[in-house]
Design a protein around this ligand. Structure first.
Ligand code: 4NP
Length: 182
Protein backbone atom coordinates (compact mmCIF):
# COMPACT_ATOMS: atom_id res chain seq x y z
CA UNK A 1 0.00 0.00 0.00
CA UNK A 2 1.30 3.47 -0.82
CA UNK A 3 2.60 5.21 2.25
CA UNK A 4 0.73 8.31 3.31
CA UNK A 5 1.23 10.66 6.22
CA UNK A 6 -0.47 9.27 9.30
CA UNK A 7 -3.60 11.18 10.26
CA UNK A 8 -3.73 12.39 13.82
CA UNK A 9 -7.37 11.47 14.19
CA UNK A 10 -7.88 9.03 17.07
CA UNK A 11 -7.43 5.39 16.12
CA UNK A 12 -10.41 3.07 15.71
CA UNK A 13 -11.44 1.36 18.93
CA UNK A 14 -12.49 -1.72 16.97
CA UNK A 15 -10.34 -2.33 13.90
CA UNK A 16 -12.98 -4.75 12.57
CA UNK A 17 -15.95 -2.43 12.86
CA UNK A 18 -16.81 0.82 11.13
CA UNK A 19 -15.13 3.96 12.46
CA UNK A 20 -17.86 5.73 14.42
CA UNK A 21 -18.22 9.51 14.32
CA UNK A 22 -20.80 11.54 16.25
CA UNK A 23 -21.43 15.22 15.46
CA UNK A 24 -22.81 17.24 18.34
CA UNK A 25 -24.51 20.63 18.71
CA UNK A 26 -27.01 22.00 21.21
CA UNK A 27 -30.44 21.12 19.81
CA UNK A 28 -29.58 18.49 17.15
CA UNK A 29 -31.99 20.18 14.76
CA UNK A 30 -29.68 22.58 12.86
CA UNK A 31 -25.87 22.31 12.81
CA UNK A 32 -25.06 18.72 13.71
CA UNK A 33 -27.71 17.09 11.52
CA UNK A 34 -26.71 19.35 8.61
CA UNK A 35 -23.10 18.33 9.26
CA UNK A 36 -24.13 14.67 9.43
CA UNK A 37 -25.84 14.95 6.04
CA UNK A 38 -22.90 16.58 4.27
CA UNK A 39 -20.24 14.45 6.01
CA UNK A 40 -22.08 11.30 4.88
CA UNK A 41 -21.95 12.64 1.35
CA UNK A 42 -18.21 13.43 1.63
CA UNK A 43 -17.59 9.95 3.05
CA UNK A 44 -19.33 8.38 0.08
CA UNK A 45 -17.28 10.60 -2.26
CA UNK A 46 -14.09 9.45 -0.48
CA UNK A 47 -15.04 5.79 -1.06
CA UNK A 48 -15.56 5.14 2.66
CA UNK A 49 -19.14 3.82 2.59
CA UNK A 50 -19.40 1.09 5.21
CA UNK A 51 -16.01 1.97 6.71
CA UNK A 52 -17.25 5.07 8.56
CA UNK A 53 -20.58 5.43 10.39
CA UNK A 54 -21.79 8.97 11.07
CA UNK A 55 -24.58 10.11 13.34
CA UNK A 56 -25.41 13.17 15.43
CA UNK A 57 -26.92 14.27 18.72
CA UNK A 58 -27.53 17.37 20.83
CA UNK A 59 -26.51 18.17 24.37
CA UNK A 60 -30.00 19.58 25.06
CA UNK A 61 -33.31 17.71 25.34
CA UNK A 62 -35.78 20.26 23.95
CA UNK A 63 -36.19 18.78 20.49
CA UNK A 64 -35.84 15.02 21.02
CA UNK A 65 -37.72 13.17 18.29
CA UNK A 66 -38.25 16.25 16.13
CA UNK A 67 -37.33 16.66 12.49
CA UNK A 68 -34.48 18.89 11.45
CA UNK A 69 -35.38 22.59 11.62
CA UNK A 70 -37.27 23.59 8.45
CA UNK A 71 -34.69 26.25 7.54
CA UNK A 72 -31.90 23.69 7.88
CA UNK A 73 -33.75 21.26 5.63
CA UNK A 74 -34.40 24.02 3.10
CA UNK A 75 -30.73 25.07 3.05
CA UNK A 76 -29.75 21.44 2.48
CA UNK A 77 -32.31 21.04 -0.25
CA UNK A 78 -31.06 24.18 -2.06
CA UNK A 79 -27.72 22.32 -2.32
CA UNK A 80 -29.26 19.01 -3.35
CA UNK A 81 -29.19 17.18 0.00
CA UNK A 82 -32.14 15.47 1.69
CA UNK A 83 -32.41 16.09 5.44
CA UNK A 84 -35.91 14.65 5.86
CA UNK A 85 -34.99 11.41 7.66
CA UNK A 86 -33.36 13.02 10.69
CA UNK A 87 -34.92 12.80 14.16
CA UNK A 88 -33.27 14.70 17.01
CA UNK A 89 -31.54 12.86 19.86
CA UNK A 90 -29.90 13.94 23.09
CA UNK A 91 -26.47 12.48 23.76
CA UNK A 92 -25.96 10.50 26.96
CA UNK A 93 -22.67 9.93 28.73
CA UNK A 94 -23.08 6.16 28.31
CA UNK A 95 -22.89 6.65 24.51
CA UNK A 96 -19.47 8.27 24.55
CA UNK A 97 -17.40 5.04 24.66
CA UNK A 98 -19.19 3.81 21.51
CA UNK A 99 -17.60 6.51 19.37
CA UNK A 100 -14.13 6.79 17.90
CA UNK A 101 -14.49 10.52 17.28
CA UNK A 102 -16.96 13.06 18.66
CA UNK A 103 -16.97 16.48 16.99
CA UNK A 104 -18.56 19.46 18.72
CA UNK A 105 -19.87 22.39 16.69
CA UNK A 106 -18.84 25.09 19.17
CA UNK A 107 -16.87 25.50 22.38
CA UNK A 108 -19.95 25.28 24.58
CA UNK A 109 -20.82 21.92 23.07
CA UNK A 110 -17.18 20.84 23.51
CA UNK A 111 -17.15 21.90 27.14
CA UNK A 112 -20.42 20.09 27.89
CA UNK A 113 -19.22 16.91 26.19
CA UNK A 114 -15.90 16.91 28.02
CA UNK A 115 -17.70 17.42 31.30
CA UNK A 116 -19.95 14.45 30.47
CA UNK A 117 -16.87 12.34 29.73
CA UNK A 118 -15.50 13.28 33.17
CA UNK A 119 -11.87 13.03 32.13
CA UNK A 120 -12.09 9.70 30.32
CA UNK A 121 -10.87 9.60 26.75
CA UNK A 122 -11.43 13.31 26.14
CA UNK A 123 -8.89 13.16 23.27
CA UNK A 124 -11.66 11.71 21.12
CA UNK A 125 -13.85 14.78 21.77
CA UNK A 126 -12.81 17.67 19.54
CA UNK A 127 -14.04 20.84 17.86
CA UNK A 128 -15.43 20.07 14.39
CA UNK A 129 -14.21 23.15 12.49
CA UNK A 130 -10.46 22.94 13.16
CA UNK A 131 -10.53 19.18 12.45
CA UNK A 132 -11.91 20.17 9.04
CA UNK A 133 -9.31 22.90 8.48
CA UNK A 134 -11.52 25.84 9.51
CA UNK A 135 -9.89 28.58 11.56
CA UNK A 136 -12.62 31.17 11.12
CA UNK A 137 -15.05 32.37 12.22
CA UNK A 138 -13.99 32.50 15.85
CA UNK A 139 -11.50 29.67 15.99
CA UNK A 140 -13.44 27.45 13.59
CA UNK A 141 -16.62 27.32 15.66
CA UNK A 142 -19.83 26.73 13.69
CA UNK A 143 -22.21 29.55 14.68
CA UNK A 144 -25.71 28.66 15.80
CA UNK A 145 -28.16 29.63 13.02
CA UNK A 146 -31.32 28.66 14.95
CA UNK A 147 -33.99 31.34 14.48
CA UNK A 148 -31.92 33.09 11.82
CA UNK A 149 -32.67 33.71 8.17
CA UNK A 150 -31.94 31.62 5.10
CA UNK A 151 -28.63 33.42 4.56
CA UNK A 152 -27.41 32.31 8.01
CA UNK A 153 -28.30 28.70 7.27
CA UNK A 154 -26.63 28.94 3.86
CA UNK A 155 -23.53 30.38 5.52
CA UNK A 156 -23.40 27.55 8.07
CA UNK A 157 -23.92 24.99 5.32
CA UNK A 158 -21.06 26.57 3.37
CA UNK A 159 -18.75 26.15 6.37
CA UNK A 160 -19.82 22.54 6.77
CA UNK A 161 -19.27 21.87 3.06
CA UNK A 162 -15.73 23.26 3.31
CA UNK A 163 -14.82 21.19 6.36
CA UNK A 164 -16.37 17.81 5.59
CA UNK A 165 -14.20 16.80 2.60
CA UNK A 166 -11.12 17.60 4.72
CA UNK A 167 -12.40 15.36 7.51
CA UNK A 168 -13.29 12.62 5.01
CA UNK A 169 -9.77 12.72 3.53
CA UNK A 170 -8.24 12.51 6.99
CA UNK A 171 -10.46 9.54 7.81
CA UNK A 172 -9.40 7.87 4.57
CA UNK A 173 -5.73 8.33 5.49
CA UNK A 174 -6.28 7.02 9.00
CA UNK A 175 -8.17 3.94 7.84
CA UNK A 176 -5.66 3.29 5.09
CA UNK A 177 -2.76 3.37 7.58
CA UNK A 178 -4.77 1.11 9.98
CA UNK A 179 -5.15 -1.41 7.15
CA UNK A 180 -1.48 -1.37 6.27
CA UNK A 181 0.41 -4.52 7.22
CA UNK A 182 2.50 -4.06 10.36
P1 4NP B 1 -28.50 23.58 16.90
O1 4NP B 1 -29.42 24.89 17.05
O2 4NP B 1 -27.75 23.42 18.22
O3 4NP B 1 -27.60 23.90 15.76
O4 4NP B 1 -29.44 22.42 16.63
C1 4NP B 1 -30.27 25.08 18.14
C2 4NP B 1 -31.53 24.55 18.13
C3 4NP B 1 -32.36 24.73 19.20
C4 4NP B 1 -31.93 25.46 20.29
C5 4NP B 1 -30.66 26.00 20.30
C6 4NP B 1 -29.82 25.80 19.23
N1 4NP B 1 -32.81 25.67 21.41
O5 4NP B 1 -32.42 26.40 22.34
O6 4NP B 1 -33.91 25.10 21.44
Amino acid sequence: MASSPASDLPPARDPDGPYRVCLVCLGNICRSPMAETVLRDAITAAGLDGAVAVDSAGTGDWHIGEQMDASAREALSRRGYDGSAHRARQIESSWLPQYDLILAMDRNNLHNLRRMAAGTDTGRIRLFGPEGGLTEPDGGQIPDPWGGGAEQFDYVLGLLRRATPVIARRLARLLESDDAPA
